[in-house]
Design a binder for this molecule. Sequence first.
Ligand SMILES: Nc1nc2c(c(=O)[nH]1)N[C@H]1C(S)=C(S)[C@@H](COP(=O)(O)OP(=O)(O)OC[C@H]3O[C@@H](n4cnc5c(=O)[nH]c(N)nc54)[C@H](O)[C@@H]3O)O[C@H]1N2
Ligand SMILES: Nc1nc2c(c(=O)[nH]1)N[C@H]1C(S)=C(S)[C@@H](COP(=O)(O)OP(=O)(O)OC[C@H]3O[C@@H](n4cnc5c(=O)[nH]c(N)nc54)[C@H](O)[C@@H]3O)O[C@H]1N2
Ligand SMILES: [Mo]
Length: 681
Amino acid sequence: MRVEPSGEGRYATRPESFPTNRGGLCRKGWTAGELLSSPERLTTPLLRRRNGAAPQPVDWEEALDYIAERLTAIQHSHGADAAAVFGAGGLTNEKSYLLGKFARLALGTSQIDYNGRFCMASAAGAGIRAFGVDRGLPFPVTDLGEAEVVVLAGANPAETMPPLMGHLTAARLIVIDPRRSATAEQALQRGGMHLAPRPGTDLALALALWHAARVEGLLDADYIAQRTTGFEQAWRHAAAWWPERAERLTGVPAADIRAAARLLARANGAYVLTGRGCEQHAKGTDTVSAWINLALALGLPGRRGSGYGCITGQGNGQGGREHGQKADQLPGYRRIDNPEARAHVAGVWGVDPDILPGPGRSAFELLDALGSEDGPRAMLVFGSNPAVSAPDAERIRARLASLDLLVVADFVMSETAAMADVVLPVTQWAEESGTMTNLEGRVLRRRQAVPVPEGIRSDLEILNALAQRLGWDDKDFPTDPDEVLTELGAASVGGPADYSGITAQRLDDGEALHWPCLEDGTVTPRLFLDGFAHPDGRARFVPVGYREADELTDADYPLTATTGRLLSHYQSGAQTRRIAELADSDPDVYVEVHPDTAQRHGLADGDWARVISRRGVTSARVRHSPTARLDTVFLPFHYGGDQSANLLTNPALDPASRMPEFKVSAVRLEPNAPVEEGKQK
Ligand SMILES: Nc1nc2c(c(=O)[nH]1)N[C@H]1C(S)=C(S)[C@@H](COP(=O)(O)OP(=O)(O)OC[C@H]3O[C@@H](n4cnc5c(=O)[nH]c(N)nc54)[C@H](O)[C@@H]3O)O[C@H]1N2
Ligand SMILES: Nc1nc2c(c(=O)[nH]1)N[C@H]1C(S)=C(S)[C@@H](COP(=O)(O)OP(=O)(O)OC[C@H]3O[C@@H](n4cnc5c(=O)[nH]c(N)nc54)[C@H](O)[C@@H]3O)O[C@H]1N2
Ligand SMILES: [Mo]
């Protein structure tokens, strides 16, 4: 993507030729330039010295001094872990890395995690269990172009990653989604299939597909014998899920399960891809394991022209989970509880390994502990808007409000920034350089395209300035992204995500650098062709059995609500609700309901309804959808205030990944008197 001035200090974006997006941009790409010069842009630090007072514009020195003094005082009284950091998968690799270093060194706290915990943590965990390493797609995305069949389990790329659809035009798609999503619609139009399970039942559906494929003699016995371990133990779970039994649970007809198994297993080149729809569950890791087991049973991973992958989310969803902003992680995708990893990284940082803290709390657990007896009392947020995007949002809003110090770095007044004691205005993507790692593990360099507006600083400059005030050296926290990249490379040497051979120069030269990218220059576009990353080179079948969602429907809450995304909005909507063209196309949250279900509740198309769960109430407009399941409603989560879908959601966590169950909550619908209409900010 290129950014060009379009007159009067405004900017426009234009697509550029690139293999991943094939020169295409989605609607948000086309409008992304608008926010660079938006009047809603924050231009000066804001400070609120007393609760309830209005935030006042202050200069940078005053804002940074205040933060450093408060952090020091709070940590002095309550210990190092009284300060927390919350990061994001939208941050560049350099920011993620420096944020992790800032937390562990400058603050000495274990309390750092990030929004990727809400995003890809389950698929990452399942990938590591099965293959020994987690890289979204262990193959270049262009490989998908040769596939005959692609399963999209809980992914709606037609709305969430339109450029990806360009790689899937030749394939027949099998879309697994409780809704007839735009992607499901395209699958049907092109001779593919749409299976619409009840939310939260994918695990059983995947086991039933495996069952059907085995009964029909379609498994790859040679591959299973030579390249995997654990088949029999894992199969015991699938053995119990014959298609008729799965039909009763999931609602997907047994005949469709068999037909899908045949279509997939007989394809000459097939991929199984998962998205948030099957991952954001209290059993998301096991569900992804079930999809991977199916792919392994059919002999797909680790071969040219077939495979398993997880479709990444945010701009740097992949790189953001590799360089140490996770509670349990050090750079290079190393574990923070591994003594060798600690020694290596401490060496690069020039400190004693013993001063590095241990693992901290996961994102939801961290947010939920804020202001509690033994929880953090101060938090710095970079690149996330948890007041809207965290589950059980009302509870999290109360936690944020109970902090002694909340600092938010952002370029707009997000709902979380509006609660902060200090807001720091930062540069946007086009005003700074840095690297991002895309879904195929390829590192890309974004070059600064436009000047930094006056009065604004970069995230790296903020970390540097705070670290210096906390007693660290200027050079310990570089502000030049290229310098940070070099340091990150050194810190990642020998780790699973090794970036040591990546340089700004090679990236500028347009080399396709897929990690691991070693010091000798080796790159790895395709992992696993010669073997998986476990010591014996084999992939693992992981035995996983079906279990229900954490929360079930009952007489009071008879419907299942699931949540997800719209083409026109991004995430918590903090950015896209401020772009007129996008806000106007979907100004209010809606709840998608089957017309019969809506009628039973006395709700006409376009009415305002109250969607009520055991945790809260969301006001939403009713949208009739004749293709919806009768027992399921859907809400996008892009809206703030009382239109937040997350007022409803259940923070039950996956035991392994600590990912919340965004995709299943039990709700009921009630008619609502019209509330204030029009767009919310
Ligand atoms: N337009 C747009 N694009 C985006 C984003 C955005 O906010 N807006 N966000 C980016 C990010 S961070 C991410 S993580 C990706 C996410 O990309 P996706 O994973 O494609 O997004 P979702 O809409 O969350 O979920 C996909 C589908 O899962 C379905 N689903 C719900 N419950 C279930 C279930 O139990 N089982 C199954 N099989 N499916 C279910 C939903 O109906 C939905 O259509 O998108 C990225 N791209
Ligand atoms: N119900 C429900 N809830 C969900 C999901 C769901 O499917 N359903 N999906 C979850 C997922 S997958 C995700 S990824 C999360 C995302 O949700 P959030 O983590 O809230 O992500 P954003 O809305 O993108 O918020 C990013 C904020 O940081 C700012 N920002 C952007 N770039 C930068 C930067 O470089 N530096 C700084 N300092 N600020 C920046 C933006 O202006 C914005 O205010 O939501 C999760 N919540
Ligand atoms: Mo995400």
